[in-house]
Design a protein around this ligand. Structure first.
Ligand SMILES: [Zn+2]
Ligand SMILES: [Zn+2]
Length: 434
């Protein structure tokens, strides 16, 4: 068995690993970079008009044969670890006949993103895998392990062939709402793994112990207890752990308000886990509709998407104005025009619940500044979607690998300071034969 990390040995994002034997070739993740070669945020718009072969020449897409559109022979499969753009974002360039292997909820999340944004998914041929159920592609055997991460339905992979093995950690943590999955893994970790490809997003940040999601929930509850203040929360509509923390912190006295997009995500994923969504069962979850966004959905023939949250499930601007102190609402910059029309949106708490680095993005900054100008108090309440150092060490000790290879990190050189196992720092494009 051989492998090559096409991108990710010295950066966070754009993950892509190719693995092959004499007869089988697979790729794990085909992510979009978060940062461009100039060190600035990766701007996909700059590349939209280029073909896949041009993008390979420019070094934007990984140079993998039998992979992109109009290939005569195809690679045998693509595994997607989870529904974050930096793990699946370039799948749009792949040949449409390529077969994907991914979690059922992961595909659902990718499809939903495409319903609400100009993205298109070409994931048409697929097999859903399940936690701890091995499957084979040619002579490569794969065992997915459901893991704790800020993306719902995220997996690590054990990949074996010809008596050799590698373990791809994917993005993971041990302090989220699926901490039990991580604990389960520590007791069931594969042994004698030749190479552990270990994510290290937090290594350069030097975080030994991260706050847990239940701790975040307590901090939120404390803020929400301030009487009479409206609470707006800037967070990801796909971070289900965080949305659950917010819902729980609302208790019985608050109304949890989401827009049609977040409502759709919650409802779609409620099939996979007991999560709150606007419905008779979860009476204090309500939907704020946007006239312009509903009109857009209607034009695209998707009026069902917002109509399912009508009548008793919606909340109006007037209802928010009548009692702003009861409201906890998820917001993002694209909602500004709708929020401007609501008088009650003032003098409240703005809870920023994402990585603070994203605050530099101009759209986000403008939105946050606008809310500050309306008398909002900025509060930062967040915990990372990635493992802290203690959790990384626990995983490494449980697997007891022969070698560690840094991936999904901006500090591969620091691994050797933290782990008592051989660390092999490799470069993008380097081939390792087992
Ligand atoms: Zn990632
Ligand atoms: Zn991720």
């Amino acid at each position: 068995m051989n492998f090559c990390i096409h991108r990710g040995t010295h950066e966070i994002g754009g993950s892509c690993v190719e693995i092959w034997t004499d007869t089988t070739r697979i790729v794990v993740d085909i992510g979009m970079p978060l940062v461009g070669k100039d060190g600035k945020d990766f701007n996909f718009k700059k590349y939209e008009t280029f073909s896949s072969s041009e993008l390979v020449k420019k070094g934007v897409l990984p140079d993998i044969s039998c992979f992109y559109e109009n290939s005569k022979v195809l690679i045998d499969g693509v595994l997607i670890s989870h529904a974050h753009q930096d793990h699946y974002g370039f799948s749009r360039y792949l040949d449409k006949n390529i077969h994907y292997y991914l979690g059922e909820a992961t595909l659902k999340i990718i499809e939903l993103s495409c319903d609400f944004t100009p993205q298109i998914t070409y994931i048409k041929r697929f097999t859903h895998f399940e936690h701890d159920v091995p499957f084979s592609i040619g002579d490569i055997r794969i065992t997915p392990f459901l893991t704790d991460h800020s993306a719902f339905d995220a997996y690590s992979f054990l990949i074996e062939s010809g008596g050799k093995s590698l373990f791809y950690s994917g993005d993971f943590r041990g302090h989220g709402r699926k901490a039990k999955m991580f604990e389960w893994f520590l007791d069931h970790a594969p042994q004698n793994v030749d190479y552990l490809l270990l994510e290290g997003t937090q290594i350069s940040r030097g975080v030994n112990v991260s706050k847990t999601e239940p701790e975040i929930e307590d901090e939120l509850r404390e803020i929400f207890s301030e009487p009479g203040k409206i609470n707006l929360v800037y967070t990801s509509g796909q971070n289900i752990d965080r949305l659950v923390s917010l819902y729980k912190a609302c208790g019985k006295s608050k109304i949890f308000v989401v827009d049609v997009y977040v409502a759709t995500v919650l409802k779609s994923l409620s099939k996979f886990a007991a999560i709150p969504y606007p419905s008779k069962r979860w009476q204090n979850v309500k939907v704020l509709h946007s006239y312009s966004k509903n009109t857009k959905l209607e034009k695209e023939g998707k009026s069902k998407t917002f109509r399912q949250f009508g009548r008793t499930l919606k909340i109006t601007s007037q209802e928010i104005n009548e009692n702003p102190g009861k409201i906890v609402m998820i917001v993002r910059y694209s909602m500004r025009k709708d929020l401007e029309k609501i008088d009650g949106i003032k003098n409240g708490n703005l809870i920023y619940s994402l990585w603070e680095g994203y605050l530099k993005k101009p759209d986000t900054k403008r939105f946050v500044d606008w809310l500050k100008s309306r008398g909002f108090k900025y509060r930062y309440i967040h915990t990372s979607g990635h493992a802290d150092l203690n959790t990384l060490k626990q995983l490494v000790n449980a697997i007891n690998p022969k070698n560690i290879i840094p991936i999904h990190t901006d500090a591969p050189e620091q691994y050797k300071n933290h782990f008592c196992y051989p660390v092999r720092e490799i470069d993008d494009g380097e081939v390792i034969s087992l």
